[in-house]
Design a protein around this ligand. Structure first.
Ligand SMILES: [Mg+2]
Length: 166
């Protein structure tokens, strides 16, 4: 792996979060799931959770995870989302800075070894998780409909993924 891409390479890649074996991670000692919102647990810029979002959170809770939304989205939208799902949230997370991740860990009262982040973007979610020293799971985007600047970033993600083969 190219050294400069080190913080962009996730520990694991998953196609659909709804099929993810969360109990496997739980057995490894992880107990707190930090979740990106747009295109990870819901369509891009969705106003409220859908059936998929509820299913993912239900599966996580059933496996014994505490969940916290860590979103760069506007505070009111992520707060509403988290409330509807019955989970905690940190808004204005400022990913790829690790600060929002650390704030969430403090809120959830967990250490890095117990924390895993799920996100659909290498340059925000995965970078923030790796910088914070936690387990990073890259989730293939929920759907192809995305705001233009995210589509632009997908090209660079493609280069990183091709180079590092994941
Ligand atoms: Mg996202």
């Amino acid at each position: 792996m190219l050294f400069c891409f080190k913080n962009l390479v996730p520990h694991r890649v998953c196609k659909r979060l709804s099929d993810f074996p969360f109990d496997e991670l739980r057995k490894q000692g992880f107990k707190c799931a930090l979740l990106d919102l747009d295109n990870t647990i819901a369509p891009d810029r969705a106003a409220e959770p859908n059936e998929y979002s509820h299913r993912v959170i239900r599966n996580l809770k059933d496996a014994g995870f505490d969940c916290c939304l860590v979103s760069n989205a506007k505070s009111s939208r992520s707060a509403k989302f988290a409330a509807a799902l019955g989970i905690s949230h940190v808004d204005f997370a400022g990913k790829p800075s690790p600060k929002g991740v650390w704030k969430a860990m403090e809120l959830m009262n967990v250490v890095a070894e117990q924390t895993v982040l799920f996100g659909d973007q290498l340059f925000t979610d995965i970078l923030a998780a790796k910088r914070a020293g936690i387990h990073a799971v890259f989730v293939e985007p929920y759907d192809k409909k995305e705001i233009f600047y995210v589509r632009f970033k997908r090209f660079f993600e493609y280069i990183v993924r091709k180079t590092c083969r994941f």
